[in-house]
Design a protein around this ligand. Structure first.
Ligand code: SDX
Length: 427
């Protein structure tokens, strides 16, 4: 129910009264649906000022650098919770009690295997295909295998699809990696934790026993957790838009994976590592910072800036802390970390970045941890997609569980007005 009003005075259209709604926290929203009958659209390329939906899942205050999942701050979840518990929180809205947590973890563990025929699906790809191309294809193909959970109007089907996706994404991600290096796929092991099982599927071979390193296991769980959800970002909005047509959840997530791939979004973590390696030495940092500021140079400081955060991305803070912990515990002295730390210092003191409120985002340090874990750079966005699965599913489920309409934006048309066809011999 509107609790405030707005009045829009438009030349040639008079005064239009619009309702204004307030959330529990965050900016009020002006309901502009009353503009269409008046022959008007809003105009907001990139959706900078558009609230596309109502949601209860995640709240971001970009000015204060706040990120809450169902009200819980990300740093508290990262330091006190774990990834599967955060998945439960995103899906059901509350932290699980002991019994619920055990049941959820066991359910996920018992869905980690893939239909055997899906493993043949990989053979259609070149070994050197980008891992995101393979993941996008295989996740979309899940809708060709799991027909018993495609009725999106059925709550139980939606829940089963959610479990399957959360459970199978690490298995698919590990298979994508194994296929790229020509090693056999490793089956999931139910006695391991979610992160431990992922590491086992990634790095174990049939030739010898594999011991999960607890430091890497904790870091992997933390990385998945920090990527779990992030409000209406480009890939989540893609999942919602695909879901609004009634497409099945597997197809919707394949669309989300495709959107995440771009270097401006989830592909940034891979781009950060490539950038740090290109910089190569602390002496070259100034040259790259100058390039990032040069309007004529397409180069941007990858891992810096954010559409919403105009302060530190709270995930980047936790990621940096994790980076220091993991590299310290592993005794890894990665020169890229020194370059990243120095680059951050320089950028945060440079007026260009200060004026534009450009801070490190979630992708700036994640790649250094992933590299320390032994994950190759081109797999970084696959890790991001795996971590983001519960967020995509929670938003899809939230939309489908209530009244929704197909998403269909309009446009400002500046093309030709109607004109008659010109026969070929008259052109
Ligand atoms: C993610 O939305 C989410 O929540 C995403 C995400 C999630 O969890 O889902 O948080 C994950 O995608 C994080 C962002 C990862 N991307 C990168 O690190 C790529 C580098 N960053 C930029 O490309 C950029 O900052 C974006 C894409 C993240 C945000 O772009 P916006 O909001 O459209 O901002 P903009 O491009 O209009 O930039 C505003 C100004 C411009 O300068 P002016 O025209 O005002 O002179 O800042 C400049 C830009 O040129 N700028 C940068 C810059 N980012 C913005 N200049 C140099 N280096 C950068 N990284």
């Amino acid at each position: 129910m509107a609790d405030k009003k707005a009045q829009l005075i438009v030349e040639g259209h008079g005064t239009i009264d619009l309702p204004v709604y307030s959330g529990t926290v965050g900016p009020d929203v002006v309901d502009v649906r009353g503009l269409t009958p008046e022959g008007l659209f809003t105009y907001d390329p990139g959706f900078v000022s558009t609230a596309a939906c109502e949601s209860k899942i995640t709240y971001i205050d970009g000015d204060k650098g706040i990120l809450l999942h169902r009200g819980y701050p990300i740093d508290q979840l990262a330091n006190q919770s774990d990834y599967l518990e955060t998945c439960f929180l995103l899906l059901y809205g509350e932290l699980p009690d002991k019994k619920e947590k055990e049941k959820f973890s066991n359910t996920i563990r018992n869905h980690t295997m893939l239909h055997e025929q899906l493993s043949h699906f990989f053979n259609g790809f070149r070994r050197d295909a980008h891992p995101m191309a393979v993941m996008c294809g295989v996740v979309g193909a899940l809708s060709a295998f799991y027909h018993d959970s495609l009725d999106i109007g059925n709550e139980r089907h939606r829940e089963v699809a959610a479990y399957r996706l959360i459970a199978k994404m690490p298995t698919i991600a590990a298979m994508v990696y194994k296929y790229s290096i020509g090693q056999p796929f490793m089956a999931p092991r139910n006695e391991l934790s979610y992160a431990g099982n992922f590491l086992q599927m990634m790095f174990a071979t049939p030739c010898e026993e594999y011991q999960v390193n607890p430091i890497l296991e904790k870091a992997m769980d933390r990385i998945f957790l920090l990527h779990a959800d992030h409000e209406q970002n480009a890939s989540t909005s893609t999942v919602r838009l695909a879901g609004s047509s009634g497409a099945n959840p597997f197809a919707c997530l394949a669309a989300g994976i495709a959107a995440l791939w771009g270097p401006a979004h989830g592909g940034a973590n891979e781009a950060v590592l490539n950038m740090l390696e290109e910089i190569g030495d602390e002496d070259k940092i100034d040259e790259f910072v100058a390039r990032a500021k040069d309007k004529d140079d397409p180069f941007r400081l990858m891992g810096f800036g954010h559409r919403v955060y105009k302060n530190f991305d709270p995930r980047a803070k936790v990621m940096k802390q994790t980076c220091d912990e993991v590299l310290g515990e592993l005794g890894v002295d990665d020169p890229l970390l020194r370059i990243a730390t120095r680059l951050e210092q320089i950028a945060l003191e440079d007026p260009y970045f200060v004026e534009r409120k450009l801070y490190p985002n979630v992708d700036f340090y994640s790649g250094i941890i992933l590299k320390a874990i032994g994950i190759p750079t081109e797999m970084f966005t696959v890790i991001f997609a795996t971590g983001r699965t519960p967020g995509w599913i929670a938003h899809w489920h939230e939309m489908i569980s209530g009244p929704y309409r197909i998403g269909r934006p309009r446009q400002l048309y500046t093309g030709h007005t109607q004109r008659d066809y010109v026969p070929l011999d008259k052109r």
